[in-house]
Write a protein that binds this ligand. Structure first.
Ligand code: ADP
Ligand code: MG
Length: 568
């Protein structure tokens, strides 16, 4: 038998523990939500592994979560008969932080408690939240399929290190034993624990059981029985009817599936029947995750088949440009042993993806078109956090391009602010008489766009120009030629055709000027032969003497700059 070993936490874990204990104290009840959420995930994984290996269950088929407490010992124990952990898993899951985005998270910490507390909420606290209420945490676990003698005990006071040793454990799964800090005794009550569970964990689909308490007439006090009772609803939330679910329950379920700490912006819950049968419960988060731009990141959709958890991050169920959407899709048609490879080719999956895409776009439209300030503010938040990602949809999703175009928001010369609030429809409603096109300028910053010499003539004529400064804009525009039948035109490209915005007198004057300067232009062309393709008299400038323009069919100067920066 191996000796008890002491191992050090990864530096980030130490930092996280310190931060958590101090900044989340006012919210300490969440420890129970986090531990129950982990127990529920462990049961999901158990069910999944047992699909092809029923023997894993042994004689213990009924998955559940037990919450017990001991007043004398001042402990709370959360037990599950889920998948459990091997020794190596304990070390990597409870000694390090493997979450994607960890580096970015730690680089954002400032040392300012309040700012960091807000950040930690975004990162998701998980298992370590146990140390908010406990000064010692013991984990005893046995992986499904392992022998009783192959179990492991992990223990830590949440400071620099933890111990790990081999133990015997009769049952499969994990017990988390919290040795409460001085002053946390109020948690040692059936009533208190039940109310926390109902508040945060009612949506958990497994039964959460506790010992029954009963009034004893003879002793004149409540006594704890050995009998267990289920304290939550214990049915999959998404399978319940909408009218039976409160907004709070939807919100808590979101926190469970997304590992997010903040409330979502919006959700949509539907049962779809017909050619393909499935239920979807999809959420738009209120803030971007740290790894939104990580190319290896998968989606945020959990796939279930007939209530059985199949996999996390089923990226085939959502297009890449909606990768920020979180939630659950439960299919009635897919086989239980479906793999990522099968998902790739499945016709059912394609139907689900198309249906879910429409639902998400519908949810965004509802926010965007809301008459109420709350909805408007929500859409502004959405746009700030995820607008750049949604723009990818213009190139990626030809079917829904028009719907996505209506959801786009831009800065423009009309508002004179870098806030992206102007839609194409807003722009069109303000078009000048005789204006046939939608004008835009691209640049790598708002200041550069706003001060572009190309805007001079438009300012003079009072014509609005959209100011596009996001990295994806140029790429996006290559897929978007017009909106509502109106051509999108860069003010920096080619011979600017102002169409009917130019009156007859102006045209005549321009022609005369061109003839007048013909000789000079020819000389300049000669002098700049190897630098400029063409030299033209222009009327688009009012203050600047000259400017560079790209050919109609060439990459714009801004795109060339971007490609250079990307090393192309
Ligand atoms: P998250 O749940 O977001 O992955 P946590 O900090 O809550 O992060 O948990 C870390 C990891 O520890 C989990 O991903 C899981 O692998 C493991 N773990 C925690 N609790 C349990 C449990 N009760 N049973 C099995 N594994 C667990
Ligand atoms: Mg967790």
């Amino acid at each position: 038998v191996a000796e008890k070993e002491t191992l050090g936490f990864q530096a980030e874990v130490k930092q996280l523990l310190q931060l958590m204990i101090h900044s989340l104290y006012s919210n300490k009840e969440i420890f129970l939500r986090e531990l129950i959420s982990n127990a529920s995930d462990a049961a999901d994984k158990m069910r999944f592994e047992a699909i092809n290996n029923d023997a894993l269950y042994g004689n213990d088929h009924e998955l559940k979560i037990k919450v017990l407490f001991d007043k004398e010992a001042k402990t709370i124990t959360i037990s599950d008969n889920g998948i459990g952990m091997s020794r190596d898993e304990v070390i990597s899951h409870l000694g390090t932080i493997a979450k994607s985005g960890t580096k970015e998270f730690f680089s954002k910490l400032s040392g300012d408690q309040q700012a960091d507390a807000a950040l930690i909420g975004q990162f998701g606290v998980g298992f370590y939240s146990a140390f908010i209420v406990a000064d010692r945490v013991t984990v005893e676990t046995r992986r499904a399929g392992a022998e009783p003698s192959e179990a492991v005990r992990w223990e830590s006071t949440g400071e620099g290190d933890y111990t790990i040793e081999a133990i015997e454990k009769i049952n499969r799964g994990t017990d988390i034993i919290l040795h409460l800090r001085e002053g946390e005794e109020e948690l040692l009550s059936s009533w208190k624990l039940k109310s926390i569970i109902r508040k945060y964990s009612d949506h958990i689909s497994l039964p959460i059981v506790m010992k029954k308490e009963e009034w004893d007439e003879e002793k004149k006090e409540t006594v704890v029985k050995d009998e267990l009772e289920t304290v939550n609803q214990a049915s999959a939330l998404w399978a319940r009817s909408k009218s039976d679910i409160t907004p709070e329950q939807y919100e808590e379920f979101y926190k469970h599936v997304s590992h997010d700490f903040q409330a979502p912006l919006a959700y949509t819950h539907n049962r779809v029947e017909g050619r393909s049968e499935y239920t979807q419960l999809l959420y738009v988060p209120s803030h971007a995750p740290f790894d939104l731009w990580d190319r290896n990141k998968r989606g945020g959709i959990k796939l279930y088949v007939k209530r059985v958890f199949i996999m996390d991050d089923a990226e085939q169920l959502m297009p890449v440009y909606l990768r920020f959407v979180k939630g659950v899709i439960d299919s009635n048609d897919l086989p239980l042993n479906v793999s990522r490879e099968i998902l790739q080719e499945s016709r059912d999956v394609r139907v689900i993806r198309e249906g879910s895409t429409k639902r998400v776009l519908g949810m965004l439209e509802e926010m965007a078109n809301s008459e109420e300030q709350e909805g408007k503010d929500k859409y502004a938040t959405f746009w700030k956090e995820f607008g750049q990602v949604l723009k990818e949809g213009i190139g990626e999703d030809a079917t829904n391009k028009d719907r996505i175009a209506k959801l786009l928001r831009f800065a423009s010369t009309h508002a004179d602010s870098s806030d992206q609030t102007v839609s194409f429809a807003d722009y069109v409603s303000r078009m000048k008489e005789g204006q046939e096109k939608i004008y835009y300028v691209t640049a790598d910053s708002y200041t550069a766009a706003k001060n572009s010499p190309h805007l001079e003539i438009f300012r003079k004529k009072g014509v609005e120009v959209l100011l596009l400064t996001d990295r994806v804009d140029e790429w996006m525009l290559s897929f978007l030629e017009n909106f509502d039948g109106k051509e999108l035109v860069s003010v920096a490209k080619g011979g600017l055709d102002l169409g009917k915005l130019e009156d007859e007198a102006e045209k005549k004057e321009h022609e005369e000027t061109e003839t007048q300067y013909k000789e000079l232009v020819e000389k300049m062309k000669g002098a700049l032969a190897d630098k400029a393709k063409d030299v033209r008299v222009t009327f688009r400038l009012t203050d600047s003497p000259a400017c560079l323009v790209a050919d109609e069919h060439e990459l714009s100067a801004n795109l060339v700059r971007m490609l250079k920066a990307a090393g192309q």
